[in-house]
Design a protein around this ligand. Sequence first.
Ligand code: FE2
Ligand code: FE2
Length: 190
Amino acid sequence: MLMFREKVSAQWVAKVREQLPGVLVDHAHLERKAATTALSLEKYRVLYDRVEELNTIAIEELQHFQLVLNLLKKRRIPFAQALPSAWISGLMRAMRMGQKHQPIDHLISCALIEGRSCEKFQILALELATVDAELASFYGSLVESEGNHYATYLLMARAIDDAETDQRLDFYLDLEAELIREHNELPILH
Ligand SMILES: [Fe+2]
Ligand SMILES: [Fe+2]
């Protein structure tokens, strides 16, 4: 299902394992932002008839946010400030303007973020199984939902314009591969 052009590096896995508390705080923000993003997609005229599906995604993301907050509380990790992600801002910077172009680009960017989350959660479910079983099973439990969000956003873009989505997806997959090669040591998921 996922079509990425670069693998998640072993360096990323090592970084996350070494800085789990910080990564969990970032994960909380990621879910919070995913909820607000689903709502912000509702501003596009071409998505007015998808507003209830977007609400459903926003509610799911808010539930994920709460689950991560519960984990933070249980582990006595204070909720703290969000850190910037060059990978996310790199994707967002490429967004074009225009009644059709902007929602298509926005949806593709969101799909790639959801897709990478899905992939990375799957990796963490395996990698953490022996060191932190609770966290490994938590990440495993989120995989399907983020995978569905990835597919839904991509299908929404295709419903606006299939050919245009193909063309932009090709561009975004190259951009994403370039961005993910730039390793960062920050305690963030992306
Ligand atoms: Fe989520
Ligand atoms: Fe999601």
